[in-house]
Design a protein. Sequence first.
Length: 310
Amino acid sequence: MNKKKKPAGKASDFQIDWKKHGKIIAGVIVGFIVLVILLTNVYVVKEGEYKIVRQFGEIVKVVDEPGLGVTVPFIQSTTTVPKYLMNYEISEAEINTLDKRRIIIDNYAVWKVNNPQLMIANAGTLINAEARMEEFIYSVVRTELGRLAYAEIINDEDSSRGSLGEQVTARVNELLSADNYGIEVLDVRIKRTDLPVENEQAVYQDMISEREKIAQKFLSEGDADKRRIEAETDREVREIIANAEREAAVIISEGEAEAARIYNESFSKDPEFYNLFRTLETYKSTIGEDTVIMLPSDSPYAQILSGITP
C-alpha cells in the first residue's frame, strides 16, 4: 500500500512564525543595547577620589562624595582625580650656598589636589601640575639655601632661621595659590644632601681644620683655667701661711713675755742664784769643745770654773 505523503506547510505559515520570533529577538537586542548604554554611563565615586563630569569637554560637576552617578549618554564623560595625599620625588638639583659651596639637594614633597576644577583648568593633568610644583619647589629651595651656609643646611634643627622645610612649604603654596593651580603642598623635605665629587676632599679638609680650631680653643681655655686655678691656689696658700706665721709670732711673743714674767718673779726671790744662772747661760754660747779662754785668776769666770765660790 502506498502511504499518502503529507502536504508541505504553506509559505505563509513559515513567515508568520519568523515575524513572531523576530520581534522577540529585536526586543532582546534593543534591551541589551539600552542596558549597555546605561552601564557605560554609570560611574562609581570611590573613597579618596574626585569624579569630574564633563559635557562636550567642559566641566559641569565635581563629585567628591562616595556613591553612584549617571552621565548623559554620548554627551557627558567622567575623569578621575586622586583626593588622597601623594608623594612626589623631586629631581636632584645642584645649588650654591651662602659660603660658596656647591651641593646636590634631593627633595621630596607630599601634596594633594584640593580643587580639581582649578587644577584641570590651569594645569590640565596631574603630570603638568607636578611639573609646575617641581619648578616652584626648585626655585624656592635654591633661593632659601642660597641664604644659608653649608653648616646651617646640614644642621637644620640648629638653624636660627627655623625649619627650612616649613619655610619652603609655605612659600611654594603661596606661588601655587597665586596661579590658581588648585593643589596644596603639605610638606617639603630634604631627603639627601651630597657634595659634588670634586668638592668632597676640600670640604673634608675644611671640616678637619674647623675641628682642629675647636680643639685648640678648648685646649687654650683649659690652660687659662689651669693658670687661674693655680694662681688662686698659690694666693690662698700664701695667705694661709702668712696668717699662720702671724698667729705663731703672736703666740711666741706671748709665751716669751710670760716666761720673762715668770723668770723675773723667780729670780727676784734669790738674786745670787739669778746671777749664777745667767753666768752659766753665757757659758753655753761662749764655750765649746775647742775653746781656749785666758782669764785673770780673780775674774768671776775663773773662780767659778776653779770651783771657788764667794
